[in-house]
Design a protein around this ligand. Sequence first.
Ligand SMILES: NC(=O)C1=CN([C@@H]2O[C@H](COP(=O)(O)OP(=O)(O)OC[C@H]3O[C@@H](n4cnc5c(N)ncnc54)[C@H](OP(=O)(O)O)[C@@H]3O)[C@@H](O)[C@H]2O)C=CC1
Ligand SMILES: O=C1O[C@H](COP(=O)(O)O)[C@@H](O)[C@H](O)[C@H]1O
Length: 507
Amino acid sequence: MSKTKIEDQVLVIFGASGDLTMRKLIPAVFNLYKRGFLPQNYQVLGVSRTHYTDQEYQKLAVLENPHLPTLEKDELAVFAQHVRYQAIDTADITGYHTLKERLDNLFKECSISKNCIFYLSTPPSLYETIGANLSKVGLNKESDGWKRVIIEKPFGYDLASANALNERLLNCFQENQLYRIDHYLGKETVQNLLVTRFANSIFEPLWNRNYIQRVEITSAESVGVEKRGGYYDKSGAMRDMIQNHLLQLVALVAMEPPAKMDATSIRNEKDKVFQAIRPLTQEEIRKDVIRGQYMASTYKEEAMTGYREETGVAPESRTETFAAIKFFIDNWRWADVPFYIRTGKKLPTRVSEVVIHFKPNHHHLFSDKKLPNQQNILVFRIQPNEGILLKFGLKVPGTGVNVESVNMDFLYEDLSNTYVPEAYERLLLDCMQGDATLYARGDSVLKAWEFVDPILKAWKDDPSIPVYGYPAGTWGPENAMNMIEGEGLKWRNPCKNLTNDGIYCEL
Ligand SMILES: NC(=O)C1=CN([C@@H]2O[C@H](COP(=O)(O)OP(=O)(O)OC[C@H]3O[C@@H](n4cnc5c(N)ncnc54)[C@H](OP(=O)(O)O)[C@@H]3O)[C@@H](O)[C@H]2O)C=CC1
Ligand SMILES: O=C1O[C@H](COP(=O)(O)O)[C@@H](O)[C@H](O)[C@H]1O
């Protein structure tokens, strides 16, 4: 992360007492502070309905926050002085006058130019109201200091609501003031997709339909819905993971090289990918989209709860905890190359990776059989055990010519003394610097909704489309495993460690 000077500013967090703020946002700001990125007069102003004094909130969010290094007492105590609190009901306009007054006092007291980030980390139903109310009291105006708004996911519930939210926010703010966060874009290895593709001369010539047989993206979680059953049951894997994180990854894998490494050029190229994703027909929705729901099972000798038994989940719920899609991108580079994406909860391990499967040799000199799963593959491991793996065939030492698949890998952990920032840390810093490259642009978010919306609609309207059960701790429904086109081809089921696959797979 570059140490460009950060202008003095206030970070206003709406939803200051919430889970995300405590687990991710405050720790991210603390790390930026500790690493010397923030100016001396930097301030965080927490906002939610519950009444706290500044001191009570400092205790809750900083001094006794279990997600901060509680042993670093001195540093936490100094950092806590940069954190204040204001109780308002964000649904009620009167609170915004109080907020404005409080901000004006803070600007004066701490000699801060009137630069502000408003981070919306409340229930999503409030995003529109907060935007409108900020603008009603003039907190959208940039005449005396810039104003930026970070909008947490989900950005809309479907295409229509995302469109409406976008329009209403754009009535109050300029597009360049809006930062739609997708924390996957802040992950170091995700950014490395672009660097690997465009900083090296060996990959890009092969990065097309002539050499690539298929692309797979897996984002698996071993946990279930935990305490978020109420939210998740209304969302499901398609809205929670695919519409945003996975389709953003697709755009980075598939985009053309940008003219420059700036926000506009990169986001223009990503948008063209969304534009080229072929919409699924009703028949394809039935055939090439698979949804599943985890069922109670015993995994590694541990009893695992089924989804319908989770707190907050309806006993007859048909919400998907697993989803997989096969689709195509209709452009010059990717014509006829299938893309497969899948995500799920209570799968055997937590792992996210992008796998590029190259086409096998046309002429098999060393084997009379095709070895479909031993062809060249390039794996971008997003988490855990972050790194890149290239698999290729090598001669087994000894007599005869036997070819075996071997690994060439790079692991981030081998770079000693390299600090890898958490996604929220990187993204917050970018917003503080006014760099929107790693945030999703409105037009692309809407195009991603255009792709998933017909699927969600078909699932809602047609009860004959099945929700397949899968035992918790497995790789999802059986038929998802068999959806890869081509004889004998299967998903690469990743292990905990990037290079340990096959019989050594450790989950
Ligand atoms: N938690 C997570 O891991 C993730 C969360 N998100 C998104 O982040 C957002 C926040 O999630 P999360 O932190 O889990 O939610 P929580 O329910 O834990 O927190 C919600 C926060 O909003 C405040 N709030 C609710 N209503 C109002 C209101 N009318 N006026 C002012 N403040 C209000 C609550 O405080 P109070 O009751 O005191 O007002 C609380 O601080 C959601 O949109 C979620 O989708 C996205 C990715 C991951
Ligand atoms: O946005 C979300 O992401 C998490 C997974 O994020 P990761 O960084 O741990 O891969 C997911 O658990 C959650 O349901 C979803 O809302």
